[in-house]
Design a protein around this ligand. Sequence first.
Ligand code: ZN
Length: 344
Amino acid sequence: MHAGWSPILSLSGGALEHGTSSESKVNMMQPDHQRFESAEMKSMETVACNNCGCPDTLLLHKFRLEPESQDCFVVRCSRCGLVYLNPRPSRDRIGIYYPPNYQANMLNLLGKGKTNVIARLGFGMVRRRRTPSKKTGRLLDVGCSNGAYLAAMREKGWDVEGVELDGDAVEYARNSRSLKVTQGYVEEALGQLAGSNFDVVTMWHVLEHVFDPAAALKQIHRVLKPGGAVMLEVPNYASPLVSLFKRYWFPMDIPRHLYQFTPASIKTMLTRAGFKSIQVKGVPSPEAIVWSAAAARQASPIDFNNGDILRLNPLGMSLAFPVSWVMAQFVMSDHMAAVAVRGD
Ligand SMILES: [Zn+2]
């Protein structure tokens, strides 16, 4: 599966590394049939590796996108090993895969978790992990949603601003929290900001959603002051649970996650963007174990439109937490954190 492999032509001959042969169906949340009847609109796009430009790939997982009536594939770059979705919905189309309450359900879940002892312990770890070692300065949160993190950092004395695509989230951050937020796709919105302007740029579970992560990382390098640090978290495709749960691994999240990083590939991309002193650590993520098991049990990916399924079962979390914590010590947990410095 090397030279010039085209995923579209390899439907019957693709080697499925993890031995998966059945398809997962990913349903559209809000049907808009009229838009899909226009044959002129390009709904899917085929891309080369975002890290090295190589078009040759190895097929890992196959998914069926129902509204597009097309297959898409999670593939690994034959040259550099970056894992990505190809073909993938175009920018014009990706919005239909984000249900209107995608962010609201996650935020609601965080609210519910405050009554659960294990969840409270976990949120405390998240807060400590996401607090920069520097005490104050200028901080930019990329993909800041409704600004909850920015507001908390402002309380600690940071001069904060954000970047966010979702219009409702931006409105809330601006009007209810009086935050400065630039709206738009990450790559372009960052391009509107002045260079050498921030001490810290944070990006929590955003890079895997970005169409051009290499460009986004270069822009982050540009807006950081020399010596400034980027702090980010992404799913960790090197987790052994990928092989266990395969297409039902919760952080696969097709087609919203366009990229899957490993400790090696995130280091490579940060290095190519100009960063130095790169450190990658495992992040305990028991919820990824609980929800992957739930998805495998129901033989269907988690439906983000259904808030009921996104529950943090106390027993499941209690069992999964120590397992995930041990995995994190070996950077094999389902999420990982990276910190890197702009050297010049
Ligand atoms: Zn590559």
